[in-house]
Structures are given as structure tokens and as C-alpha cells.
Write a protein that binds this ligand. Sequence first.
Ligand SMILES: CC(C)(COP(=O)(O)OP(=O)(O)OC[C@H]1O[C@@H](n2cnc3c(N)ncnc32)[C@H](O)[C@@H]1OP(=O)(O)O)[C@@H](O)C(=O)NCCC(=O)NCCS
Length: 174
Amino acid sequence: MVLVPQPRHYCGMAISTRRIRPDDGQLLKKVRLAALLDTPSAFGSSHAAEVQNSDERWVELAAERAEGSDHATCFALDGDDVVGLVGGHRLDAETVELVSMWTDPSARGRGVGAVLVDAVVEWADGSAVELWVTRGNDAAQRLYERCGFTVTGDVQPLPSDPCKDEVRMRRTPR
Ligand SMILES: CC(C)(COP(=O)(O)OP(=O)(O)OC[C@H]1O[C@@H](n2cnc3c(N)ncnc32)[C@H](O)[C@@H]1OP(=O)(O)O)[C@@H](O)C(=O)NCCC(=O)NCCS
């Protein structure tokens, strides 16, 4: 499914989303590395790991996520400026996993996160959406609850810092 830009207005700021394009490798690198540096405790991966990706690898990742129903990455845009990022991976015929959710600190608190969740839900095309959120990341967990996710009871160590736990959440299709 193609993610068509859909402007939504929050506090006077029009946010749209668009799916990544095959030529967005450098943009993906910039935004993803900024996210990993900004909030290391929020992600299963780390800046130290992903900064080692070659430019060719970022180009491959952008191409892989630009088309099809197995993987997708989506940017949130304020005009031409990228203010957020989210990803989706298909786990099976009924379930998609939401990953890599990040809003640029300059754009937080304005509903960008909900717009990014909507983009993945739309791409999921009727499938359930699941995610891991680090225990104690209350802003993220409240955002997901507002978007219809509930905790499943599953808990696992955060892969990038096993001293922390992450909590599984799921949104069933309506
Ligand atoms: C979690 C996150 C994606 C939410 O994005 P967002 O676009 O700010 O979402 P919202 O606009 O719905 O705001 C979320 C909460 O942050 C609060 N907030 C407001 N201004 C804020 C600011 N300047 N900085 C941080 N949080 C702010 C909001 O009031 C809201 O709190 P509430 O739930 O009590 O109402 C964002 O905070 C983020 O990128 N965090 C770091 C990465 C992360 O945690 N990702 C989730 C991985 S599972």
C-alpha cells in the first residue's frame, strides 16, 4: 500500500506523512542516527551499532522499506522538514510490528506520534499491530494507549540494555 501524504493540523502545525523512497538512504541515515543518539533507552538497537552501516547499506534499507508489504518506513513532515520516523515489519499474515518510533524533540507534544501510528496502522491494512515499549517510557506508552494499544502482559529485556525491560503492546483491528 502507498502511504499518501495526508495533512493533519495540530495546534496550527500541518503534519503529513510519506513513505520512504528508494533514494532516501541518506535521509534515513540522518534521521535514524539522530533518533538513536537522542533517546538510546527507547530502542532495541544502538547508535554504536547502526553508525557502522555503510552508505550502501542505508540505500539498501531505504529501497527495502519503500515498497511492498513486508517492511515500511514512514517520515512525518512539517512542510518539507522531517520531524519524525516510524517503521513497520510484517510478522505474519495477521500481525505487523511497529518499530523505530521517534519525534524530533522540537516537534514533540503536538500529535506527531499519533500521525505516525496512523501511518503504520494504515499500512498494516487490517492486521493487528504490536510493539515493544521500554518500561518507564510513559510518554510513549500513553501515546500508544490513546491510539488503541493495550499491554499484553509479555515482557522481555531491552536488547540494547538488558538491565531494562520492554513491555509488549497490541492494537487489534477495529
Ligand atoms: C514518544 C514520542 C514518539 C511521542 O511523540 P510526540 O509526537 O511528542 O507525541 P504526543 O504529541 O502525543 O506527545 C506525547 C507526550 O509528550 C508530552 N510532551 C509535550 N511536549 C513535550 C516535549 N517538548 N518533549 C517531550 N514530551 C512532550 C505530551 O504532552 C504528551 O504527554 P501526555 O501523554 O501526558 O499527553 C516522543 O516523545 C519520542 O520520540 N520520544 C523518544 C523516542 C521514543 O521514546 N520512542 C518510542 C519507542 S517505543
